[in-house]
Design a protein around this ligand. Structure first.
Ligand SMILES: Cc1cc2nc3c(=O)[nH]c(=O)nc-3n(C[C@H](O)[C@H](O)[C@H](O)COP(=O)(O)OP(=O)(O)OC[C@H]3O[C@@H](n4cnc5c(N)ncnc54)[C@H](O)[C@@H]3O)c2cc1C
Length: 370
């Protein structure tokens, strides 16, 4: 398994639990990639039925994980409050409430007054929204680290601080020259997957985040604008939507935005200002809070917004688990369950077709090259 982010670590442990011998290799340490840069919102997104299927499977598995390992990753069952700023968004919010409720996932449409009652920090005059009570928040790097340690406790291997520089048939080569043999190789290198296999259509989608000083008991839910969603791939334009998370420490974690074709991880003050302004537009008291740190992260995005889970269509015994964009923490456990079923030939817990790497011609065409 190449990559010990939340996705690779979850997959490695699931495969070990299937009785396979697993070696997990990471260029740095478990959970230190994009997994450490994101928000850790465990959220049911419903832009498509496939997305919702993978989210709901994963969220069930997150609940089981949290029940089995209390306290790991500081889980907080805060729920999500999706906020509509206009009538169109309110209609969308009501549809979301219906779609989630129809799948047995608690979601209630709320009016403007109720919104302020649930979240007094919201400004007056908002149209309403939807409260999704099953959503929650974790600290993802701590979970990835825990999963990697569980792997080792169960007899798997962890090779931290070891960069894979090439993938051959039946082995990978590390930067120090060591050859690691493997019957099957899973690439879970997140946004760096294409550095090892250029045909993989995963690219970086930059996001800015900021965190405030501690203001305990000032925010109850993860508050997200109904404007939130994925832009079309390759969009140069900046897409900003308020997304504010209450941390267990009393801090507010403030995002977010999406920007493609960005090489640098530097914080762009103008972009950060737009992110903060959009959050202040919903939660005015943020304007008087002290921001202690800001950073960015590159979401591992794909052209159709879905992750790549399954066999490489052209490279024998190479499997992929990457490209989870802004949902990789949420969908890590479902990804692991799907990959484990595919690798062992068991019935998949959901339809694998939308996630198969072979849906991309760039991947299929490799058959002619290799
Ligand atoms: C601003 C922002 C906000 C986000 N908010 C959320 C959210 O609220 N909820 C949610 O579900 N998701 C969120 N995400 C998305 C989520 O963080 C990612 O989808 C997820 O972390 C991807 O995990 P990963 O394991 O695929 O990648 P990573 O965490 O990047 O892990 C990949 C690992 O592979 C290793 N690696 C790479 N190349 C090599 C190599 N050649 N050899 C060895 N090791 C290698 C790296 O060191 C790294 O540890 C957010 C992301 C961003 C940027």
């Amino acid at each position: 398994m190449i990559g010990a982010g939340i996705v690779g670590a979850a997959c490695a442990l699931a495969l070990r639990d299937e009785g396979l011998d697993v070696a997990l290799v990471d260029a740095a340490s478990p959970g230190s990639g994009v997994t450490a840069a994101g928000m850790g919102h465990l959220v049911a997104l419903d832009e498509s039925e496939d997305e919702l299927d993978l989210c709901l499977l994963s969220l069930r598995m997150w609940r089981q994980f949290c029940a089995r390992h209390p306290g790991v990753g500081d889980p907080s069952p805060c729920g999500t409050l999706w906020v509509a700023e206009n009538e169109h968004q309110l209609q969308e919010a009501h549809l979301r409430a219906q779609r989630l409720s129809a799948r047995g996932y608690g979601a209630d449409a709320v009016g403007g007054d109720q919104l302020r009652h649930l979240e007094p920090a919201l400004r007056r005059g908002l149209c309403g929204g939807v409260r999704v009570s099953g959503d929650s928040v974790v600290y993802p790097p701590a979970v990835a680290d825990f999963l990697a340690r569980q792997l080792v406790a169960k007899g798997g291997e962890l090779h931290a601080g070891q960069r894979v520089i090439s993938i051959g048939q039946g082995s990978v080569t590390l930067a120090n020259g060591t050859l690691l043999a493997a019957g099957r190789i899973v690439l879970a290198a997140g946004v760096q997957a294409a550095a090892l296999m250029p045909e993989i259509p995963v690219f970086g989608r930059k996001g800015h985040l900021a965190i405030t000083d501690r203001y305990p008991n000032t925010l109850n839910h993860q508050v997200v604008s109904m404007n939130y969603g994925q832009p079309a791939p390759g969009e140069d334009a900046l897409s900003v939507a308020a997304n504010v998370q209450p941390r267990a420490t009393g801090q507010w974690l403030v995002g977010s935005c999406r920007q493609d074709r960005q090489e640098s991880l530097e914080v762009d003050p103008a972009v950060l200002a737009q992110v903060l302004r959009s959050a202040i537009a919903l939660l005015p008291r943020l304007a008087n809070m002290h921001v202690v740190r800001a950073w960015t992260g590159m979401r591992p995005a794909t052209p159709d917004g879905r992750p790549l889970i399954g066999p490489h269509p052209a490279r024998k015994d190479v499997w992929l688990a990457c490209g989870h964009e802004g949902l990789g923490v949420t969908t890590s456990f479902g990804t692991a369950a799907l990959l484990a079923a595919q690798l062992t030939g068991r019935a998949a817990p959901l339809d694998a077709a939308p996630y198969l790497p072979s849906r991309f011609t760039s991947m299929r065409e490799m058959q002619h090259v290799l």
